[in-house]
Structure formats: C-alpha cells, structure tokens
Design a protein around this ligand. Structure first.
Ligand code: MTE
Length: 304
C-alpha cells in the first residue's frame, strides 16, 4: 500500500508486473527511493480510494517495443529491432561550456557517483500517446552541480551520439544529426528532471536511450533525448532538433498543454498505450503543482 501524495495516484500505480512483484531486480541498480507519478516519494501506508483515473505502469514489453528513436529507425517497432547495433560500452559523457570544471566522464564512473532512485513518471508524446514508465536513475541537478556552472550558464544543451554505424538511421538525413535538445537552467535543475539509466529495475534497453537519457515528465516526449554523449552549459537558448525541422510545429518549451494545439491536431486527449478509451491530457502532464511556477507570466501559446 502507498501514501497518497496526489489524488491521481492509485494502488494500481505500483502493482503492475515485475516492478513491485520482484523487488530484488528493482533494487539491482542500487535504488534508494520510490517516487510516484506525482514525482513525490511513495512509502508504505494506506491507499485512498478517492483517486482519479489510474496510472498503472505500462507493461515492459510495450515500453521496449513501441519507441521513437529515429537513429534506430522511423517506425515504432524498428528501434527494438535495431537495438543490437547501438553498442553502449564504453560510453563517455562530455560536460562543457559555461562551467568551472568541464570534463568527460565514463558512464560507469557517473553511475558510481550517483545514488540511484526509482521514479514512476508519465510520458506523453506529442503524437498523442502516453505511457507510465518506472525509471531508475538520478536527478539531473545532482550530476550538473559537480561541474560548477557559472552565472553565464542560462541554458543546458544535450546531444546524442553521432555514429552512423551504431545508429544506422543517421545514414539518412531525416533529421539534422546529432539529435539535440535543450532546457532552461531552472528546468534542468528542477528536482523532477531526471537522467534515466534503467527501467523496471534493469539496465536501460538501447531502444529506450541507453546508456543514459533525459526525462522531463511535464514536457512532450521529444524533449527526453536519448543516448546522451554531450551536455553543454550555454548562454543562448539552444535550437532543438525538432524545432530546427519544423519551428511552427515544435517549440523550445514543449510543455504538455491540452489548451495549445499542435498545428495539425488537438492535444486535448491522449491514448495511453494498452488502453482503449482516450484520456484527457493534463496541463503540464499532471505535474503542474510542482512546475507551473517556472512559467509564471509567460504566454504559453507563444512559448509552446
Ligand atoms: N532521442 C533521440 N536521440 N532520438 C529520437 O528520435 N525521440 C524522442 C525522445 N528522444 C528521440 C529521442 C521522442 S519523439 C520521444 S516521444 C521519446 O524519445 C520516446 O521515448 P521512448 O521510446 O523511450 O518511449
């Protein structure tokens, strides 16, 4: 049973599949806490039946076979089929730009330096589908602080691996490679912003962005850049890949917002993978209590 931090959590949040049945594997990555879809820690206590539509974790098979990862193919099923091409060891991440201690770190050393946690987050794709994913990983802020960003660091830019042998989709100019994303500094340092290194208690599968990917649960899924090799502190707002591809369709902020339509479709509803009936999309993907203040006074229709 769980403490109900938010009214939209139900006991179904934590009963799906191996996640909680098999705590042994769940703890394999050295996890120290369980965090619910609200982003707040779960603990043993009683369940509240006044809950809103439930957020049952999406089955592992769906999370790992229905993917967007253009570097591994353009259909939903191709990233899992091409996953073996993406060799993720050795892997190093370079952190540079406006910081006092730039440097490169091997993935294994990054893991050693972080206390891993479990977090169950909703992921809402701009295309209109959503999932609930039990991640393992660490807060981005704890990682970034070690590089001592300076006062000039206003944004953080992320880049995925550029290697057409390991990422065959890069042999075609579908997008401008490497895949690039960005966050404002306060978004990057927000406690909900997460680097995932695993899911369902196991290492992150290649198709989900191994060995490490960003997760920003209140933003559309395209912000969650996969297989990161470079993180740069920058002064100017970076241009992200999808914005570069179609600026009228994909913005920098990409905050989940049922009131701001994509130019070609409404964002009011979503299809949770595995469900038949569509659900209403929640403002900021249901994380408004925690993050709405980041956008106070901003016109979210302009800054989409
Ligand atoms: N990262 C890279 N490098 N390349 C991509 O094509 N697709 C994005 C994002 N990260 C993508 C990426 C999109 S559109 C979404 S919805 C999510 O990854 C999907 O994550 P998932 O496949 O783990 O559900």
């Amino acid at each position: 049973m769980i403490i109900r931090n938010r009214p939209d959590l139900t006991d179904n949040d934590v009963t799906d599949r191996s996640v909680y049945n098999n705590r042994r594997t769940f703890l394999k990555q050295g996890a120290v806490a369980l965090i619910g879809v609200s982003g707040l820690p779960l603990a043993a206590c009683s369940a509240d039946s006044s809950a809103m539509p439930n957020d049952k974790a999406t089955p592992l098979d769906d999370i790992t076979s229905y993917n967007n990862f253009v570097e591994l193919g353009t259909s939903k099923s191709s990233p899992s089929r091409n996953a073996d091409k993406l060799i993720t060891r050795p892997w190093s991440v370079t952190v540079d730009g406006e910081c006092e201690k730039p440097g490169a770190m091997d993935f294994e050393d990054i893991l050693k330096g972080q206390a891993l946690e479990q977090r169950i987050y909703r992921l809402r794709c701009v295309e209109g589908w959503s999932m609930v994913i039990p991640w393992t990983g660490f807060a981005l802020s704890t990682f970034l602080k070690a590089f001592k960003p300076t006062s000039k660091a206003k944004y953080v830019r992320f880049q995925s691996l550029l290697d057409p042998e390991k990422m065959p989709g890069q042999k075609r100019p579908i997008l401008s490679w490497p895949y690039t994303e960005g966050l404002r500094m306060d978004e990057a340092m927000h406690p909900l912003t997460f680097i995932a290194t695993g899911l369902y208690g196991e290492d992150l599968p290649a198709q989900n962005g191994a060995p490490l990917r960003l997760v920003v649960p209140w933003k559309y899924g395209f912000k969650s850049i996969k297989s990161i090799v470079r993180i740069s502190f920058v002064e100017q707002q970076p241009l992200n890949t999808w914005q570069e591809t179609a600026a009228d369709e994909y913005g920098f902020y990409a905050n989940v917002n049922p009131d701001v339509s994509h130019p070609r479709w409404s964002q009011r509803k979503e299809r949770r993978i595995g469900e038949f009936r569509k659900r209403k999309t929640l403002f900021l993907n249901g994380y408004a209590d925690q993050v709405a203040q980041l956008y106070q006074g901003m016109d979210l229709k302009k800054n989409f």
